[in-house]
Write a protein that binds this ligand. Sequence first.
Ligand SMILES: Nc1ncnc2c1ncn2[C@@H]1O[C@H](COP(=O)(O)OP(=O)(O)OP(=O)(O)O)[C@@H](O)[C@H]1O
Ligand SMILES: [Mg+2]
Length: 355
Amino acid sequence: MPIDESLITREVLDNTLVKEIYPEIKTESEPRMGKVRSVYDVSPEELLLSSSDSLSSHDVVLLRQVFAKGENLDAISSHFFEQTKNIIPNHYIETLAPNMWRVQKAEPILVEMVFRQYITGSGWRSYESNKGPEQGSEFCGVQLRDGYRKNEKLDEIVFTPTAKGQVKDFDISEFAGLNPEEDDPKIDVDMIRNNYAAFGLRKPEDIDFLTEASFNLYRAIHTELESKGQLLADTKWEFGYLPDGRIALIDECVTPDSSRIWEDASYVFNPEENEFTIVQSDKQHFRDHVETMGLQTPDKKEELAAYWMPDKVLRDGVVKYANIRETITGTLPEITAIPKKEIIMDALSKVGYLK
Ligand SMILES: Nc1ncnc2c1ncn2[C@@H]1O[C@H](COP(=O)(O)OP(=O)(O)OP(=O)(O)O)[C@@H](O)[C@H]1O
Ligand SMILES: [Mg+2]
């Protein structure tokens, strides 16, 4: 059953977790922050990973948070971790408190493993601007045939990797001449194999293992999503080496932040626009709003960081994230105005993770 929207009162909408470091947690080294998560080194082999309700869009963390977002992402990821642990191991151990996971520490592989089965977003923009519809075009080392329309299903799933980090983080000849500050530059499989150590891989053939495992993950999760009335248009995974040397899936798995998830029933061809209509169950809701406001360009980053997202847009996003969680996992977040941080600190104190 979808979330009862009348329960999302003003108080609930404001009961969010901003991304921050909790100094109360006992750690072995300085905690660090990603775009929406914080990471605590709690033992030589384990981390605590805290998912905030913060929202990043166009590489900027926004001022306002989305009620229960972190908790919804965690519920979806841990569901898929459980479903796919036979395909590849993952870092997840347990949920200690809402928004707080205990995970196995991994040495990250610096490749964003992006997979797509539908042509949209940056893939579509590149295809369209390179005359793909008329003559086909190449994207991240993958040759796409001509004749695709926007949002159309590709003949097969494609792997379109990017480097995790900025151009200047990688000392490789293929990046010569690129802007050193460029984020997540596009790469291809040969570049990864030829520079495996720069991407944090221990052996060149590990990229082949990872690609194969990812195709299997994609197929398994797409099949499950289809059975729940959703399509997996694209997604991004991260992997790393566990202390025992095995490669594992880390971070998150097919969440509405890391993926495009569309409603199957609404996916139909619209001849007037010459594109497929989509209804998104994911972060695109927020990205579209940012673009409507004209805040998506690199010169607007400061303005975007200070932007006060209207309540209506936030509320619609809360509903979208809660409902896609419910569709995938069968559970909804608890709608509460009890401060989230109190609940987390209480739970962590009981299991001995506080100073
Ligand atoms: N098991 C793990 N071991 C080591 N690092 C991990 C593990 N799981 C996740 N991480 C790292 O923790 C960080 C989590 O940060 P977060 O997801 O907020 O943002 P990000 O990865 O920097 O950005 P984005 O996910 O938007 O690309 C990432 O740097 C991720 O690589
Ligand atoms: Mg991440």
